[in-house]
Design a protein around this ligand. Structure first.
Ligand code: G6P
Length: 627
């Protein structure tokens, strides 16, 4: 996860920024850099690897006097720890990035979805790029606007408005040495701004500035801050000023970690765009669509090891992710996939034949049933792979090939961001397998594994849109929190989302809920439907949309209450359902990543309304290490 730090004030900016970056080290990174404004302009020093490398470069003089001070009453700088997304792990790809004259420095988190278009435009103006990153378009764009006569702040706004996707951006200009500009677009990267009477801090995460201040504001999607020493003005992208509420972060480390959120689950739901950005980082070349899964490379590249079939083994939420993965891997890579509960697989004497890969999906990497199922595969000669969040866990150690979820720490017992990231991992796996095998998929034009991988560039942005504030969740929780039964229906790739929706609700609000493939409703659950029964239907505009509409009509005909999760702009479904929760339009194979989010948000609101212990629901554990 990229880390961002900025400082403007009387203290030494270099040491404050380095300390902030150190506080964010736990999120992981592969290179780091810092830009300091000095009397003679901006000085940038960057280094691949650990922060200690950057520090020694600075001590050796770096690209400039290391602890440069200015005659001005304050010192200013920005720093960044990078996880590579666009372009390899090299010094010239590390942030900050500069314009040609080196007068504007920029750091960024996230993916600029339209960077190819912007880069082309800038290259046509004769601008030469020094890195392979998407970030570098920003300083050049700002520069272009400044050359056209705009002052820095206006030029920065004009450039920020042109960025598509979910991003957090911080920049400074040598021409306006008293301002840092920070922007948050979408939800892939947060921005917190700490304010003391004579100094201002900017960071991607609270721990980065906690040593210095507890008074903070958080930027929302589409807000830009102009930070000066000791004061901050915030505007929307259209220039309208926003009045921000100041928060005081409590001293205890747990509340500090939760930041602006009430519960870890809520925080984890809202950091999913960012988690997915991390999952994608460095794995997709968004220009060619090629997917590289380094830790699986050996297995996937070697033709003999290309699996003839896959057995996915998992428990709970991870099992539901596996069911979506079956759909993805079969559809994209045409490799047959069977999905089983770890607890069943281990006792059913599974058919393990040559060419089989057993894929364990587990956020904790310690679930006893999943580990037992994986070890059966291993003992009988299958290659064993793991999709896992916890680094160094048993599942990771047992597997020969690993794909990390990179969701970051998940504290809430109820899995949220590990669900989304494990779906994305399987999407990547499916594309990687298809690309290596040159699979002729049944709908080549729609399922070309290179263009499917390129679709992923839009995913953090789409997740961000799905996380926008929406009063519908509170409305539904207020109306329905006293119901004792819910039915969840979905079909096709969104059928496992119905299972996951029911699981979320029962786990944290203790309401009985069942998830069903919609076509099965007529074989039993339909008998339960009456005017007291809320039925949540995933009915996005995909290949089974009409089928879902007819299920909705059947529920309505029996007096049931329909809450539809539908594609934004679908006016037709509004005439059919009682309530509609919108998700943005997306390529069909990515829709479950979005439809999962309303399930999480709804379950969360219900549990809060019922006063349940959201983060630690009764009788449940985050890691189930016993049978
Ligand atoms: C527990 C957790 C669930 C999780 C399941 C599987 O029941 O409460 O959230 O889905 O274990 O965990 P795993 O770590 O294997 O994904």
């Amino acid at each position: 996860m990229c880390g961002i730090i900025g400082y403007l004030g009387p203290r030494n900016a270099t040491s404050i920024i380095l300390n902030g970056l150190r506080r964010l080290e736990y999120r992981g990174y592969d290179s780091a850099g810092i830009a300091i404004l000095s009397n003679d302009g901006i000085h940038v020093t960057r280094a691949v690897g650990k922060l200690s490398n950057l520090e020694s470069r600075l001590q050796q003089g770096g690209d400039s006097p290391p602890f440069a001070t200015r005659d001005a009453p304050h010192s200013m700088g920005i720093g960044h720890t990078r996880w590579a997304t666009h372009g390899g792990v090299t010094e010239h790809n590390a942030h900050p990035h500069l314009n040609d004259a080196g007068t504007i420095a920029v750091i960024q988190n996230g993916i600029i979805e339209n960077f190819i278009e912007l880069k082309g435009e800038l290259q046509a103006e004769g601008i030469r790029f020094r890195s392979e990153t998407d970030t570098e378009v920003i300083p050049h764009l700002v520069d272009l606007y400044m050359k056209a006569g705009m002052p820095f702040v206006r030029a920065a706004f004009a450039a920020i408005v042109r960025l598509q996707g979910s991003n957090a951006v911080v920049m400074m200009s040598a021409q306006e040495p008293d301002k840092l500009i920070a922007a948050r677009l979408g939800n892939a990267g947060g921005i917190v701004i700490g304010i003391n009477p004579d100094e201002t801090f900017v960071a991607s995460d609270i721990p980065g500035i906690l040593d210095y201040t507890r008074n903070v504001i958080f930027l929302e999607d589409g807000e830009v801050a102009i930070a000066q020493a000791g004061r901050v003005s915030v505007y929307r992208l259209d220039g309208a000023p926003v009045s921000k509420q100041r928060h005081v972060i409590a001293w205890d480390p747990v509340s500090a970690e939760k930041g602006e959120y009430r519960h870890f689950m809520q925080k984890e739901i809202f950091e999913q765009a960012r988690a997915v950005t991390d999952t994608l980082r460095g794995r997709v070349n968004f220009e060619t669509g090629e997917v590289t899964l380094e830790s699986l490379e050996a297995g996937v590249k070697n033709a003999e090891k290309f699996p003839a079939r896959i057995h996915t083994v998992a428990c709970g939420t991870s099992k539901h992710a596996g069911l979506i993965g079956k759909f993805l891997i079969e559809r994209i890579a045409r490799v047959p996939v069977e999905v089983d509960y770890g607890s069943e697989y281990r006792y059913r004497d599974p058919l393990i034949e040559p060419g089989l890969a057993v894929l364990g999906i587990t956020q904790s990497g310690e679930t006893a049933d999943t580990l037992a199922a994986m070890s059966i595969g291993k003992a009988r000669g299958a290659q064993v792979w793991a999709i896992v969040n916890a680094i160094g866990s048993q599942a990771e150690r047992m597997a020969t090939g690993v794909i990390h979820m990179r969701a970051g720490p998940e504290i809430g017992v109820c899995s949220t961001k590990t669900f989304l990231t494990s779906i994305v991992d399987q999407y990547l796996l499916a594309c990687a397998l298809a690309q290596r095998a040159n699979v002729q998929t049944f709908e080549r034009s729609n399922a070309d594994p290179f263009s499917l991988a390129r679709d992923l560039a839009h995913l953090p942005g789409l997740i961000g849109q799905t996380l926008k504030p929406d009063p519908i969740y509170e409305v539904l929780a207020n109306y329905f929190h006293d119901r004792r039964h819910f039915l969840f229906l979905g079909r096709g790739i969104n059928y496992p989302i119905a299972l996951e929706g029911a699981l979320k609700l029962k786990e944290i609000s203790y309401i009985h809920a069942e998830g069903y493939p919609a076509g099965e409703m007529k074989h039993g659950p339909i008998a339960l439907i009456d005017e007291t029964m809320p039925v949540i239907c995933v009915a996005v505009q995909d290949g089974v949309y009409e089928k879902m509409i007819s299920q909705i009509e059947q529920v309505k005909a029996r007096g049931g209450i329909v809450i539809a999760i539908a594609t934004e702009g679908d006016g037709f479904i509004r005439q059919k359902a009682d309530y509609v929760i919108n998700v943005p339009a997306a390529p069909e194979l990515l829709t479950p990543v979005l439809t999962a989010i309303p399930m999480q948000r709804l379950a969360y609101e219900m549990a809060v309304r019922l006063g349940c212990d959201v983060d630690q629901p009764r009788n449940l554990a985050k890691s189930v290490t016993v049978e």
